[in-house]
Each structure stands twice: as structure tokens, then as C-alpha cells.
Write a protein that binds this ligand. Structure first.
Ligand SMILES: *[C@@H]1O[C@H](CO)[C@@H](O)[C@H](O)[C@H]1NC(C)=O
Ligand SMILES: *[C@@H]1O[C@H](CO)[C@@H](O)[C@H](O)[C@H]1NC(C)=O
Length: 283
């Protein structure tokens, strides 16, 4: 490093105010962003809600397995006893629970990426043009800041303002991913995009959870072996029906101006307030 000579001292004097302004700008901008802890908290808050909302699809699957897994197989005691039947269904439902746990874990990442990685990203300068004043340390943003911050940038009020749009983006993505997991194919087939429809057998749910569970059931109940194709077909039908339903929802979200989930099993209006207040509590 070059040791400054006397001649360089006037230079630093001239530039000191400029550097101070620059540092202030950088500081101001960084305190206004929804930073790491804000990003993580908000993503977790969203992911918790979507766990609840997507759990209904797993519940439907579980009920349908109970209702129609043995469809077309002679009733007890011909090929299986009532206890064996019950155990088989329980075993399949347990594999479904594991699939749901894996899905729940993946939800957080999907939500995080949708808000902070996918375009349009909630990052960048919120001062051009100026809309809101950064509150003093320890003071929360207000709902009026949420209302006023009407363009996409990095501060919490901007995310708050665009919450409806963010929900549509997340729901569309989740429905696409879950539809493919359950019904097979690839992401995009749901909304007529670039994906390809496939068989439920190729979906993650069958390939990694229900399929192995079915094999185990048949292995432990050799009397069911002649009905392997029937049982497999029943599971395939169940997955197709539920997968289609999820995909149809995804197609709804793909429409411009789509509304987020509504109704009892759907997004609750008070969750908006909960997430907005959480957001506004970050600097
Ligand atoms: C299947 O459904 C019946 C009737 O609703 C219920 O009694 C039974 O406990 C269920 N079995 C399993 C394994 O969930
Ligand atoms: C800021 O918001 C959070 C979350 O709503 C709340 O718990 C906290 O009390 C608020 N702080 C102030 C100073 O109002």
C-alpha cells in the first residue's frame, strides 16, 4: 500500500464529505431492505400457511386410499382379512405422511425463491421515487407505508403492498409443483406451458412413497399377489384424480388477475394482516 504523501492530504480533505454522503446512502439503503432475518421470517410465515392449505390434498389422498384401494378385489376373507386390509391401508397412509413431511420441508425453499429470487425480485432501491420515510430504530413501519410503497423494491412496505400478487405467484408455483409430484409429468403442463403430461407412476409420490409401500404390502400378503395390477391401478386412478384437481387449480392461478385461494380451506383474510404486521416490524 502506498503511504500517502503530504501532497495527497488536500485530496482527502476535498473528498471526505463526498465519502461521508456515499456511506450514508449505502447505510440508508441497507437499513431499508427486507434483509436476511426479514426474508427468512416472512418466508417461514408464508410456508406455515401453505402447509395448512396443501395438507387438504394429502388428506383427500388418504381418504381415497381408504375408500378405494381394494376396489375390484374380492372382499374379506377371500384374499385378505379385515385386519390385513386395515393394516395395508395404514401402511400406505404412513408412506403418504412421509411424502407430506418431505413436501412441507420443501415449501419453505419454494416460497423463499418465489419472493426473493424469481423475477420480479423484491430488492433494490426504494428511494427513487421517494414514497415512505424510514421509521426511527425500534419503530415499526405502518399500514400507511404499506399503502404508499407502490412499486417493487427491497423494503418491507413494498412486499406488504404487493402481498396479493405474491400470494398468486406462490400458489401458482406450489400448485404446479404438487400437481406434478402427485400426477406425474413436468412443471408447466398444468397451465398449457412447456411441461409434458406424464403418468402418475412417474410422479414423486408414487415412485418414492406409495409404490414402495404397495410392494411391501404385496410382499407381506402373498394372497394379494394375483391382484397386484388391480391395486396398482386403483392407486394410479386416485393419484390421477387428485393430481388433476391440483393442476386445475394451478391453471386458475395462471390466468391474469387470478385471485388467491378463497373460502374455508383456503387463504384466510386474517393471515394477510398477520404477515403484513410481521413484515412491517422489520427495519
Ligand atoms: C377408513 O374409513 C373408515 C370409515 O370412515 C374408518 O372407520 C376407518 O378407520 C378408516 N381406516 C383407516 C385405516 O384410516
Ligand atoms: C412492531 O410489530 C410487532 C409485530 O406486529 C409487534 O409485536 C411490536 O410490538 C411492534 N413494535 C412496536 C414498537 O410497535
Amino acid at each position: 500500500m502506498k503511504i500517502p504523501s503530504r501532497a495527497s492530504i488536500p485530496w482527502s480533505r476535498i473528498h471526505l464529505p463526498f465519502i461521508t454522503v456515499l456511506l450514508t446512502l449505502i447505510y440508508t439503503q441497507s437499513t431499508q431492505a427486507c434483509e436476511r432475518s426479514c426474508q427468512l421470517s416472512v418466508s417461514h410465515a408464508f410456508a406455515d400457511k401453505y402447509q395448512l392449505l396443501t395438507s387438504r390434498h394429502f388428506l383427500t389422498l388418504s381418504q381415497k386410499i381408504n375408500q378405494s384401494f381394494f376396489h375390484g378385489v374380492p372382499p374379506p376373507p377371500a384374499a385378505y382379512t379385515p385386519t390385513e386390509g386395515n393394516n395395508a391401508i395404514l401402511h400406505l397412509q404412513e408412506s403418504l405422511t412421509r411424502a407430506q413431511q418431505a413436501w412441507d420441508v420443501s415449501l419453505f425453499r419454494t416460497v423463499f425463491d418465489t419472493i426473493f429470487v424469481d423475477e420480479p425480485q423484491f430488492r433494490g432501491d426504494c428511494n427513487e421515487p421517494h414514497r415512505v420515510d424510514q421509521p426511527a430504530a425500534g419503530v415499526n413501519w405502518t399500514m400507511s407505508d404499506c399503502h404508499a410503497m407502490d412499486y417493487i423494491c427491497g423494503n418491507p412496505p413494498s412486499i406488504c403492498h404487493f402481498l396479493p400478487m405474491i400470494k398468486v405467484r406462490i400458489e401458482r408455483k406450489l400448485a404446479g409443483l404438487l400437481g406434478v409430484k402427485v400426477g406425474g409429468g413436468s412443471v408447466g403442463s398444468s397451465d398449457g406451458g412447456s411441461g409434458t403430461p406424464g403418468s402418475a407412476d412417474d410422479g414423486d409420490l408414487y415412485a418414492n412413497f406409495l409404490g414402495p409401500a404397495l410392494s411391501k404390502v404385496i410382499m407381506t400378503h402373498p394372497t394379494l399377489e394375483p391382484y397386484t395390477a388391480t391395486l396398482h391401478g386403483n392407486l394410479n386412478q386416485i393419484l390421477e384424480i387428485v393430481g388433476d384437481q391440483i393442476v386445475k387449480e394451478a391453471a386458475l392461478f395462471a390466468r391474469p388477475g387470478a385471485e388467491p385461494f378463497r373460502g374455508d380451506e383456503r387463504w384466510r383474510p386474517e393471515w394477510d394482516l398477520e404477515i403484513k404486521l410481521l413484515l412491517l416490524s422489520f427495519p
